[in-house]
Design a binder for this molecule. Structure first.
Ligand SMILES: *Cc1c(COP(=O)(O)O)cnc(C)c1O
Length: 354
């Protein structure tokens, strides 16, 4: 732990809280009164500042816009019934933030400074955290290159920004998903493990095609053979097959999800065998047919646990068990919520109190 971070604070003259409709919170469209901004220049982070949320003036030549030196994180803060506020596992995001930074040739940020920055912003805007079930404050830290220079070379200057906003549930129903066998999200040696902005840009066309074909989401497969499951949209794909929790191992094509890690820890606590390995499409289809695939879901901070209703592969739809009867994912969701909202003991120390 370093010393307390020195942050300059300028409060908004007037809060937008009163004019915000907390009964209508489309994901990612409502932002709080403040944001945190810091600059990287001359080899160091400086000018940490919390100021009213609003536009940032930039040169049209900034390298982030042209060559993609940009990445982000996604975290949530929760309000407990007693009014206490906690952020879920921000230390994990701090580590992943720096992995993304290194892959994109961008500067790292000391983990405790990352956590202190988001905690300071959450504290100032704590009134923005909804108190309702399944609601939270979504925290979006990100970094981008700011050199005004059209050259494919790492920028010398960067901005670290954190914005936050109240959110409700991400998906409203179990998902009809398609196994993607043409497009690829990430290849070995690429940057799939980084939360790089470019990874999401390249996912939009395949995602839109899947939507046009009537699917809610797609499941990515490996770049070489399209035979092994990678991820589900922007969530980790997890399955309960023959009583075991199986998911792709967190290698270079997989985003090492905090939710994924949390689900694995819970499964291990409960004595459920966990296998992080190559998961073939063939074994899932087989399991869907013989009933041994008893659970399937996407795991992520935004979506939490998103149940899969059916899997379509090469034009054939394989329905899975009724999500309402799935013991594992229901227990995971209940347990996670109980910890996040302070209703159960936080035995793993996952909650960071603000
Ligand atoms: C963010 C993300 C996840 C989920 O990670 P969490 O830390 O659980 O939010 C999984 N896959 C991709 C591609 C992601 O971008």
């Amino acid at each position: 732990m370093t010393d307390t971070l020195d942050i300059k604070i300028t409060k908004a003259a007037q809060s937008r809280l009163a004019e915000t409709d907390f009964n209508n919170l489309p994901f990612g469209k409502v932002f709080s009164d403040h944001m945190l901004v810091a600059d990287y220049a001359d080899g160091e982070w400086k000018n940490f500042e919390i100021l009213p949320y609003g536009p940032i003036l930039m040169s049209p030549a900034i390298s982030a816009l042209h060559y993609g030196q940009a990445f982000f994180e996604g975290i949530k803060a929760y309000k407990h019934a007693n009014g206490e506020v906690s952020i879920f596992r921000p230390d994990k995001n701090a580590i992943r933030f720096n992995k993304s930074a290194e892959r994109l040739c961008m500067p790292t940020l000391p983990e405790d400074i990352f956590v202190q920055s988001i905690a300071a912003l959450v504290d100032i805007d704590r009134e923005w955290i909804p108190g309702k079930p399944n609601h939270a404050l979504y925290i979006r830290p990100f970094m981008f290159a700011t050199d005004a220079f059209l050259g494919v070379t790492p920028s010398a200057t960067y901005k670290f920004v954190v914005i936050v906003g109240p959110v409700g549930p991400y998906f409203s129903k179990p998902l009809k998903v398609k196994i993607e066998t043409h497009y690829t999200r990430a290849a070995e040696g690429g940057m799939g493990y980084a939360k790089a902005a470019g990874n999401y840009g390249s996912s939009m066309l395949p995602a839109r095609k899947a939507t046009e074909e009537g699917f809610d989401q797609l499941i990515w497969t490996d770049a070489k053979e399209h035979k092994y499951i990678e991820e589900m949209g922007a969530a980790n794909a997890m399955f309960l097959l023959d009583g075991k929790l199986i998911t792709a191992e967190a290698k270079d094509t997989i985003l090492d999800g905090v939710t994924r890690d949390t689900v694995i820890a819970l499964a291990k606590n409960w004595g459920i065998p966990v296998e992080e390995r190559k998961v073939s499409v063939a074994e899932l289809i087989e399991g869907a047919k013989n009933g041994k695939l008893t659970d399937a879901f996407g795991a992520g901070t935004a979506a939490t646990i998103a149940s899969v209703a059916s899997i379509t592969y090469e034009g054939v739809e394989y329905p899975l068990s009724d999500p309402a009867t799935r013991e594992f994912s229901k227990k995971v969701l209940t347990t996670l919520d109980d910890i996040k909202y302070g209703r159960a003991e936080d035995a793993h120390g996952w909650n960071y109190t603000v």
